[in-house]
Design a protein around this ligand. Structure first.
Ligand SMILES: [Zn+2]
Length: 72
């Protein structure tokens, strides 16, 4: 299982996603219109969480994708 953290510096939020999330990435991912979206890939949820927390400390709103991570 793989996880990804999507950082959007435009709206200042960071969301944890879980593979497969290809559809979402296609729709809302990529570098973004203004290069404001950053994807980081991780093997475990713990690693993804740690990175998301680092962004949270920088003032980003941390959240979980409701589509990929239904249990949250
Ligand atoms: Zn997702």
């Amino acid at each position: 299982m793989q996880y990804a953290v999507k950082v959007n510096s435009f709206v200042k939020d960071v969301k944890i996603h879980q593979y497969p999330y290809g559809q979402i990435r296609k729709r809302g991912g990529g570098p973004g219109k203004y290069g404001q979206v950053l994807w980081q890939d991780f093997t475990t949820l713990g690693e993804a969480e740690e990175t998301a927390k680092k962004w949270e400390l920088r003032g980003y709103k941390k959240g979980y994708c409701r589509i990929c991570l239904k249990q949250y």
